[in-house]
Design a binder for this molecule. Structure first.
Ligand code: 5CA
Ligand code: ZN
Length: 409
């Protein structure tokens, strides 16, 4: 699939710092020091009810990762998927009496528009589940041939017991895994499974549902976790730097993905860091498609909200925090954007070289965007009341905010 256009990232003087980031698997902060090319896989949307503020917050976190790496003068290979066939998408299409491919295409197009408006850097490889099927089938066959998968009424399941490292990504106990499996696309109560947690790799064709040629697997469609593994291994290979998503993906999605990859390659972990963003809530509950308590980026844009203000609202919370979207959060961001724009539109300024370093330090320290905003705020407040004589400062601040935070002033 095609992604969306990239906004330009201005080069800043000097060089950024290596990224330190919290890794869910080791439950600590690790320093990532990739070679000249950094590699990141971010789980993409299932294309319906896109793009809500929760989605946007999660993609904002991983956009910052890219910006930190680009500032260290590295190249970034960024891969993102679109889960353009899966149970919830088909269920939504059925509910609304529409064609599932049209639903997926329309929502993916809207997502691209929102990402462009928010200045999120696009992936180099933007891959749909459907287009990945020819790569998924041989992986499932290999898992089966290795004895790590088994058949149940035509469906193929992965056996979690085939992975000695199963559980090491999400660090949850058995009861928590079982509960989350039921909540997040698994079927722990299906009779005949070797282990209730075993996830589906290949679902045999169901009447009235789309299906594809699965070679020796028979006609069907892919399971969710193997989709991301196939796409990641195809475009990034093993042991890439980060696999990212919201915290609701740690289990089962990223756990199962690591397990599939472990059996396929004999290596663990698939990603050096498993990075998870907190959940955005609305009216006290996680913003989610199932509850329908959603605020859409496109609706805010239509109402005339500047996308830069939406972006500042996202940046005002630490990516790992769970937080609540409110009118005040947006109003504060709108006011901040106005102050920042007023400050950089003054012809001269107070020196900003320290500010560049402060923003770099904040972001390299587990993407501390609120600290980065506070540093810019301090410069802005002084700039608004001081007659400086540094002609280059306002431009440098604009470029810094653009390059590192994705906010166009
Ligand atoms: N297609 C799969 C990933 S392969 C999927 O989870 N799609 S999704 O559309 O449900 O979610 C896309 C991303 O948004 C995921 O990383 C998910 O964790 C994140 N996300 C969903 N809801 C929220 C929320 N309320 N707050 C923060 N992030 C969220
Ligand atoms: Zn995924």
């Amino acid at each position: 699939m095609h992604a969306w256009p990239a906004s330009e990232v201005p080069a800043l003087p000097g060089k950024g710092r290596d990224l330190q980031i919290h890794d869910t698997a080791t439950q600590g902060t690790i320093t990532l020091a990739p070679g000249p090319v950094a590699r990141i896989y971010v789980c993409g949307i299932t294309p319906y009810d896109a793009t809500h503020i929760g989605h946007a917050a999660t993609y904002n976190a991983f956009d910052l990762v890219q910006r930190v790496w680009l500032d260290t003068k590295r190249q970034v290979i960024y891969v993102q998927n679109v889960t353009d066939v899966d149970d919830p998408l088909l269920e939504r299409a059925l509910r609304d009496n529409q064609d599932w491919t049209e639903l997926a295409e329309r929502e993916t197009a809207l997502f691209r528009e929102d990402m462009t408006a928010l200045r999120m850097l696009p992936p180099q490889h933007y891959i749909g589940a459907v287009e990945a099927i020819p790569g998924i089938v041989p992986l499932v066959e290999r898992l089966r041939d290795a004895g790590a998968a088994y058949e149940l009424d035509g469906d193929v399941y992965f056996s979690v017991e085939s992975d000695p490292n199963f559980g090491k990504v999400s660090n949850l106990d058995a009861e928590a895994m079982r509960l989350l499996s039921a909540e997040r696309g698994g079927d722990p109560d299906r009779v005949g499974k070797k282990n209730p947690l075993d996830p589906m790799l290949w679902m045999a064709a169901r009447p009235g549902e789309p299906s594809w040629d699965g070679g020796s697997l028979g006609r069907g469609r892919p399971g969710w976790h193997i989709e991301c593994v196939a796409i990641a291994l195809d475009h990034l290979g093993m042991t890439f730097d980060i696999q990212g998503g919201g915290s609701d993906l740690a289990f089962p999605h990223h756990e199962m993905g690591a397990s599939h990859a472990q059996v396929l390659t004999g290596e663990f972990p698939m990603a050096k860091a498993y990075v998870h963003a907190g959940m955005v809530a609305l009216h006290g509950e996680k913003m989610s498609k199932s509850k329908g308590n959603l605020v859409f980026v496109s609706a805010l844009r239509r109402a005339g909200v500047d996308p830069a203000a939406i972006r500042l609202a996202l940046l005002s919370h630490h990516y790992r925090a769970d937080w609540e979207w409110t009118d005040e959060v947006l109003a504060e961001a709108v006011a901040r954007l106005e102050r920042w724009r007023a400050a950089v539109s003054r012809p001269d300024g107070i020196p900003a070289d320290d500010l560049v370093e402060e923003v770099r330090e904040a972001l390299s320290n587990d993407l501390n965007a609120p600290a980065a905003l506070a540093a810019v705020d301090r410069w802005v407040e002084r700039q608004l009341v001081t007659d400086g004589d540094d002609e280059s400062a306002p431009g440098l601040v604009s470029r810094t905010v653009d390059a590192l935070l994705g906010v166009a002033l």
